[in-house]
Design a protein around this ligand. Structure first.
Ligand code: LMR
Length: 393
């Protein structure tokens, strides 16, 4: 039977992770997969997470099943973190998921149950796994213009033009903040215009928010998601705790569906059904830590301040890289790096130049020239700047 299997395309991001591991050059720099690294190159466990784990180890008395949609307390704190008080709770259905990716997949499953002939619009470019999951599920997918290759900012006119024709059966996949892979984001005025378009066309927004707290702050990063959810009848949201709690391997995320009050209960039971079909109970360890942190004032304050430190550190790296490139190239053409937000920026280099960075300089970034800014440190910045100019980007 297995001989009939077809070779699947490798995941571009994970493949790069492997190549980096196998590279024996000591000076190698990893700007591939989206993982935060501190100045020593380590991906630390946050203090609040460590403390919560200790408390959990001391106090947890059972590992029996929780609920199909996860622990209600986790769902409450996460809905609060993402939505604030933007929509009344009797409009919110939610289910814990194995990470942000699990939430994206389950969100699409939910939408497809409601609309078997679903059509999903995604930004060009988007996180490669969005496209891969959509293809795997056989969901019709369309691209909308998003990134202006010249300015490295959002091509908002192009985006609005492409989305002008969407209808009530369409889903528009949006990045709530910190767009992956470009780092270019809509400003509040552009979000307002997009919300008006969604309201007018009746298309359903599906917001992937995987980096809340990495851009402009916890509330600022959720602002657009909250405004969308408050403005249209139905919104689907996939939120991840991997990055902002640094608990990547614990697979902690949530799917939130904002529905009209009359449809909330059906939506909630469908979410439970979907979890049961796909994996039964969602992972508990990471979500329990998140709940403890968000419910306890001391832990929450510690977490928020560490997250704020991570965010400011990434902003500083952006400034330093833009400055180093200004000096190395004698031009302002890389100043967009300081304007972008989140972990990533798309440099805008051709694949052969990206390849040259890897082969000649042991610098790893995704083939579309997406850099993980959080993979840099003050020592590697001048090395990267010099290499970028040397390969002719
Ligand atoms: C990334 O884009 O690098 C992260 O979201 C990790 C992943 O799963 O691809």
């Amino acid at each position: 039977m297995f001989a009939e299997l077809k070779e699947q395309p490798p995941d571009k991001i994970l493949m790069l992770m492997q190549l980096f591991r196998e590279d024996s050059r000591p000076e190698k720099i990893d700007l591939g997969v989206g993982v935060f690294k501190d100045a020593t190159g380590n991906t630390p466990i946050m203090e609040a997470v460590k403390t919560a784990e200790k408390q959990l180890w001391e106090n947890e008395t059972t590992k029996t099943y929780v609920g199909l949609t996860g622990d209600a307390a986790f769902n409450d704190v996460m809905c609060d973190l993402v939505l604030g008080d933007a929509v009344p709770s009797d409009r919110v259905a939610s289910a814990a998921q194995p990470g942000g990716t699990g939430a994206v997949r389950q969100g699409l499953e939910l939408l497809r149950m409601a609309r078997p002939n679903l059509r999903v619009w995604v930004s060009d470019p988007t996180w490669p796994n969005h496209l891969s999951i959509l293809k795997f599920m056989g969901v019709e997918t369309r691209l909308y213009r998003y990134f202006d290759a010249d300015t490295r900012a959002v091509d908002f006119d192009g985006m609005m033009e492409d989305l002008a024709g969407v209808g009530p059966d369409d889903v528009v996949l949006l990045h709530g903040c910190c767009h992956n892979p470009t780092g270019a984001n809509l400003n509040p005025t552009q979000w307002e215009a997009l919300i008006a378009l969604l309201a007018q066309t009746g298309a359903t927004p599906f917001i992937d928010i995987a980096y809340q707290g990495f851009g402009d702050g916890l509330d600022a990063d959720a602002d657009a998601t909250r405004k969308v959810a408050a403005s249209v009848p139905e919104t689907v949201i996939a939120a991840s705790c991997s990055k902002n709690f640094g608990i990547y391997r614990e697979r902690t995320g949530i799917l939130i569906a904002v529905a009209p009050e009359a449809d909330r209960s059906l939506t909630q039971s469908t979410l439970a059904y979907l979890n049961r079909q796909n994996f039964s109970f969602p992972p508990d360890h990471g979500s329990r830590l998140v709940t403890m942190i968000l419910q306890d004032t001391t832990l929450r304050t510690a977490w928020e301040s560490e997250l704020e430190h991570v965010r400011n550190y990434m902003l500083e790296l952006r400034q330093q890289l833009a400055e180093a490139l200004r000096a190395a190239s004698g031009s302002d053409r890389f100043s967009f790096l300081a304007e972008h937000r989140g972990m990533f920026s798309r440099l805008g280099a051709a694949p052969d130049k990206v390849e040259k960075l890897r082969t000649d300089h042991a610098i790893y970034m995704v083939g579309d020239s997406r850099m993980n800014i959080a993979g840099l440190n003050p020592q590697s910045i001048p090395i990267l700047a010099k290499a970028i100019v040397e390969v002719g980007i």
